[in-house]
Design a protein around this ligand. Structure first.
Ligand code: PLP
Length: 498
């Protein structure tokens, strides 16, 4: 038992830290260790409870209704508003699309209108639910274009989506104008506030100008808010709120058409752990409104300082003045963002590279949480050093032969041989090794298994990989990353001779 625990700790040591304010994507740190301990206890206490049946585990229903109630107050919800706790932002967004589709059974070929900056979760929903996605170019300021969005709506549109704010640029779309256009067509309008929904309400109270995006805006029919983001809850919860129970109804699923228990589900999961909900409820109850106000003040103070610090640094620039707590940083021609990210990683900071897309240049994304405030001087000093190192290295260049190799590949038919060829051509790996490969694997980097072909090992520096992806088309990026994930995801069978 202790051996397993030791191994678990060793495995975890190879991950990005979830506390300490140095991981500026994926994690949200309130900087309150006692709160984290309380949340962990709640998750553990409820790990085995099953949210499948609210009559069997009524405490989960109580916590869900209290959590939704707290969120309703944040987003100016009218008394008619209802909500559901989901497993995460993607599930909330997907269910918003599913409910909109199934709320319009009269539409044979439904479509969803989304700005190009809308979260990929909506593309996943369109893919899973057979809905057409109409991607509408945004304005030069990276905000959705109301006229273009309105023009994309037709009689088969079941949902219009806007972001508050968008993940990539941290700006809030013109929600009021777009929701009005949707309402004029009798179409639902979803505000994706997955990342902003728990922090923007406090921005207003802190005297910051925030464009309207809540249920106070006419025409907004649903809002997604992730509790596992700025509510600082453990991973595994988000909320999907609908303005009325009627709008939510198609989201619920029931099947009595089999001999077992009648299945009755509000989300995609059926059996679901009570842990994440109990963790989220505990964090929200503990912090309360005043706690969140204080955390929001810290996150915005840190955001402002980072924006000012970046502006003062040669070589860097903020791409879009943030409406929220997300900062998007671009480099000038003296260096590239991918090398800056690698240099930051060496200094103990994780900044997330974002590839060039539809007029948005390659950049670095920073999700700023409250815990980063205590480390601002260090962050800005590291950034200065990282940029100096990146300038000294010069912008990373992709070998023209590799560019040609990528351009010749068909993303719709990328084979294992193509993928191996690219890995070898790019110098990321050596040529396939015919010898035994079962005994020198680094568990995170080189999964063993009969289907593993060339040795796949992530380089310490990711700039070359990111630069290569950056020159590829979006379809090619998708195909390459799927091939990569396929190669990584192979069973580890140390005792097997198969
Ligand atoms: C994070 C995010 C999502 C998806 O949420 P997950 O919890 O990662 O599934 C959707 N929309 C926006 C704007 C987000 O920031």
């Amino acid at each position: 038992m202790t051996d397993v625990r030791t191994r678990l700790e060793q495995l975890r040591a190879g991950d990005l830290p979830v506390h300490g304010g140095r991981t500026l994507a994926y994690v949200y740190d309130a900087g309150l260790p006692e709160l984290d301990a309380l949340a962990r206890d709640a998750v553990a206490a409820y790990a085995g409870a099953n949210g499948l049946d609210p009559t069997a585990f009524p405490s989960l229903l109580t916590m869900e209704n209290e959590l939704v109630g707290f969120a309703c107050d944040l987003v100016d919800a009218p008394a008619s508003t209802v909500g559901t706790v989901t497993s995460g932002g993607t599930e909330s967004c997907m269910l918003a699309v599913q409910a909109a589709r199934d709320g319009r059974p009269d539409v044979a070929r439904p479509n969803v209108v989304l700005p190009t900056t809308g979260h990929a979760a909506f593309r996943k929903a369109a893919h899973y639910f057979g809905v057409e996605l109409r991607s509408v170019p945004v304005r030069d300021d990276f905000r959705a274009d109301p006229a273009a969005m309105a023009a994309a709506i037709d009689e088969d549109t079941v949902l219009v989506v806007v972001s508050a704010p968008s993940y990539a640029h941290g700006v809030v779309d013109p929600v009021a104008e777009i929701a009005a256009a949707a309402a004029a067509h009798g179409v639902r309008c979803h505000v994706d506030a997955c990342i902003g929904g728990w922090v923007l309400p406090y921005a207003g109270r802190l005297g910051r100008a925030v464009p309207p995006w809540t249920f106070a805006v006419d025409g907004v029919t649903s809002i997604s808010v992730d509790t596992h983001k700025y509510a600082y809850a453990p991973k595994g919860t988000s909320l999907l709120l609908h303005r009325t129970p009627e709008l939510r109804r198609p989201q619920f699923f029931s099947s009595a058409d089999w001999p077992g228990y009648t299945m009755l589900n509000s989300t995609m999961q059926s059996t679901k752990s009570g842990g994440p909900l109990a963790g989220a409820w505990t964090v929200v109850q503990s912090l309360g409104d005043e706690g969140y106000l204080d955390l929001a003040r810290q996150a915005f103070e840190a955001t402002d300082a980072i924006v000012a610090g970046v502006a003062a640094l040669d070589g860097l620039e903020v791409l879009a003045a943030p409406d929220s707590t997300l900062v998007t940083v671009v480099t000038d021609e003296t260096c590239d963002p991918f090398t800056v990210a690698d240099e930051m990683k060496l200094r103990g900071w994780y900044l997330q590279p974002q590839l060039a897309y539809a007029g948005s240049p390659a950049n670095l994304h920073l999700t700023v949480s409250a815990a980063t405030l205590a480390h601002l001087d260090e962050l800005l000093a590291s950034l200065r050093e990282a940029v100096a190192a990146a300038v000294a290295a010069g912008p990373v260049a992709v070998d023209p032969g590799v560019v040609a190799f990528i351009e010749a590949l068909d993303p719709a038919a990328l084979s294992d041989d193509d993928f191996d060829g690219l890995l070898v051509a790019s110098g990321l790996v050596g040529a396939p090794d015919e010898g035994d490969r079962s005994d020198h694997h680094d568990p995170h980097l080189a999964p063993p298994g009969p289907a593993s072909r060339v040795e796949l090992a992530l380089p310490e520096r990711m700039a070359e990989v990111n630069a290569m992806l950056d020159v590829a088309s979006p379809a090619m990026r998708e195909a390459l990353l799927v091939a990569f994930l396929d190669r990584l995801s192979r069973p580890s069978r140390p005792g097997s001779t198969a």
